[in-house]
Design a protein around this ligand. Structure first.
Ligand code: G6P
Length: 369
């Protein structure tokens, strides 16, 4: 293990730091310039994407959170209605099948029993436009779908998923562009802009990794707490969910995530100085609203940890800690913000001394029900 880990203490830390490379590898086919090619998803992609009227994403765990981010992208860029469902829910409920729906399954391992069963269930209902986004090319899930995109994160050993998640998001960004292009909803200028952002992503993520020492300082402060609340809005709400999941999985601190606008409908009752609140605060159109949510937390004595963007002006004050992300990144911003939350959980777990790579009661791949 010592050799493979190199300078890192855990696989999770190594995998967090491998993300620039993993993203570069996953996006290799767009590196050379030119436009987005739908055939990245398979020979029949143009036909299937052109006949897609809706998208249904099915997944579990962290992969489900990737799907939740993609929903914002697909509806806003490709203008195709998109729903995201937990595989273990979908497979057991009555739903209305629709042959014009593209069923997208997301899985790091490609072996998750519920995701595979949900895919087979959708197919049994006559939904044969299927796409797998998966990190293992020869897995069971990949063998079941009409189209596929294999992420190139490399083997992920830490139970808590990190580089698989960000490469799934990169794949989903490509999917969004391919769907938009085939359906005539992507101008040449927008295509060039989105592709330029994707190509710059490994560098942008590397800059976020440089924040590790500061994030470590934050983790020291709240590792002694028993609860934490994560807030985000819009496409960063799923990133808040993922941040809370990471913290639960490896540090065993109870964490919840809420879309910031829901604060007043319940969780505000829990806020006091013992409950740190972590806010994902990109400089987007929702920033002003988020700031007023943060005021509500502050007024109740809550301690705030804000991941702000380069351009977000949120003043530091008593009980309000601000960390500025190196860049503001538009549509792909969730990919940058999640990296800082991965580091936060990792360092909180280190302080607590838990078994970071093999948290109690959890498995890397859940192949039984
Ligand atoms: C397990 C793992 C998670 C993972 C989930 C889905 O719970 O511990 O990290 O997100 O399974 O796995 P998949 O391989 O389908 O992405």
């Amino acid at each position: 293990d010592a050799v493979e880990l190199g300078k890192y203490r855990h696989y999770m830390q190594k995998e967090i730091f491998e993300q620039p490379q993993a993203l570069g590898n996953t996006l290799e086919m767009i590196a050379g310039g030119g436009g987005i090619s739908p055939q990245l998803f398979g020979a029949d992609a143009v036909g299937i994407f052109g006949a897609t009227r809706r998208v249904l994403i099915l997944a579990c765990g962290t992969s489900y959170h990737a799907g939740l981010v993609a929903r914002y992208w697909i509806e806003s860029v490709a203008k195709i209605s998109c729903t995201v469902e937990i595989a273990s829910e979908y497979r057991y409920r009555d739903s209305v099948p629709d042959p014009e729906t593209l069923v997208v399954v997301i899985s790091q391992s490609g072996e998750t029993a519920d995701t595979l069963a949900a895919l087979k269930f959708a197919k049994s209902l006559g939904m044969n436009k299927t796409l797998a986004i998966c990190n293992v090319p020869e897995s069971a899930i990949v063998r079941e779908t009409a189209l596929r995109f294999v992420t190139r994160a490399g083997p992920e050993i830490g139970v808590a998923s990190t580089k698989a998640f960000t490469t799934q998001l990169a794949a989903l960004a490509l999917l969004t562009l391919a769907l938009a292009k085939v359906n005539g909803r992507l101008s040449d200028e927008d295509e060039a802009m989105h592709l330029a952002h994707l190509r710059h992503l490994p560098v942008a993520v590397a800059k976020v990794l440089e924040l590790e020492p500061e994030i470590e300082g934050w983790a020291q402060r709240f590792a002694s707490k028993h609860h934490a609340l994560f807030l985000g809005r819009g496409m960063h709400y799923p990133i808040a969910l993922e941040g809370a999941l990471k913290l639960k999985e490896i540090s065993y601190i109870h964490a919840e995530a809420y879309p910031a606008g829901e604060l007043k409908h319940g969780p505000l009752a829990l806020v006091d100085k013992e409950m740190p609140v972590i806010a994902v605060a990109p400089a987007d159109s929702l920033l002003e609203k988020l700031k007023s949510n943060l005021q509500e937390v502050k007024a109740r004595g809550g301690e705030l940890y804000v991941f702000a963007d380069a351009g977000s002006e949120i003043p530091q004050s008593e009980g309000v800690h601000i960390l500025h992300m190196p860049e503001h990144y538009g549509l792909l911003s969730p990919i940058l913000h999640v990296v800082s939350l991965q580091l936060l959980s990792y360092h909180a777990a280190l302080v607590k001394g838990t078994d970071v790579d093999k948290p109690r009661n959890l498995a890397k791949s859940v192949t039984v029900e």
